[in-house]
Ligand binder design. Structure first.
Ligand code: GLN
Length: 198
């Protein structure tokens, strides 16, 4: 474990969705997580995870709980990892006007673009920039990222789709790395997005 890991606190937005699984992935790396439910919680974290769930519901909950504005300000610079619904919220545009976007990474998110819950699937992704083994990726009503801007780097591809993207302090996955027993992408987030920006 890198000594810097001991000093980090990763906030996981815990309005809805898989807070515990992300905390477990960070725990495997020896890193502390904290559930974020209020603007006060946000002051205590070094980075954030916006988990999967339902992006329409997450929009409403974040706005009603007064978290949207403080998050919007902080996410200009705070390292953030969005997975599935979380990745949808981080984009510049969404194909559903009920979902609001933080405009922190340059793509249009197309919701449920692989089909419904029953069309969920798993696949082995090759991610040479991140790990030297295949990553078992779980896609659940996943979005596709379209109109990807030139400042965004692609870290993993599935067929013709870019499924793991990075722009500055933002990492976005259309799948659920926290549901896999492999913290490789969480480690990439910590080593390359959080610690490299310090
Ligand atoms: N389809 C969901 C949405 O659009 C995202 C699904 C997920 O996070 N697994 O919000």
């Amino acid at each position: 474990m890198r000594p810097e890991y001991k000093e980090l606190v990763i906030g996981v937005v815990a309005m809805q969705g898989s807070f515990a699984k992300h905390a477990h992935s960070m725990g495997k790396l020896g890193i502390t997580s904290r559930a974020v439910r209020t603007a006060e919680d946000l002051k205590l974290v070094d980075a954030l995870i916006l988990p999967g769930g339902e992006s329409t519901t997450m929009t409403l909950l974040l706005e009603n709980e007064g978290l949207w504005e403080p998050l919007n300000d902080m996410l200009d610079t705070l390292p953030v990892f969005g997975t599935c619904a979380g990745a949808i919220l981080l984009g510049n545009q969404i194909d559903d006007e009920r979902v609001h976007c933080f405009n922190k990474i340059d793509y249009l998110a197309e919701r449920n673009a692989y089909g419904r819950q029953i069309e969920s699937f798993t696949t082995a992704l090759v991610m040479p920039k991140i790990v030297d083994h295949d990553f078992h990726a779980i896609f659940i009503r996943a979005p596709k990222f379209k109109d990807i801007g030139p400042t965004v780097s692609s870290l993993a591809v599935f067929g013709t789709q870019h499924v793991l993207l990075r722009q500055k302090n933002v990492l976005a996955a259309s799948f659920h790395p926290e549901l896999t027993n492999d913290p490789a992408i969480h480690k990439y987030f910590v080593d390359n997005v959080i610690l490299n920006s310090r």
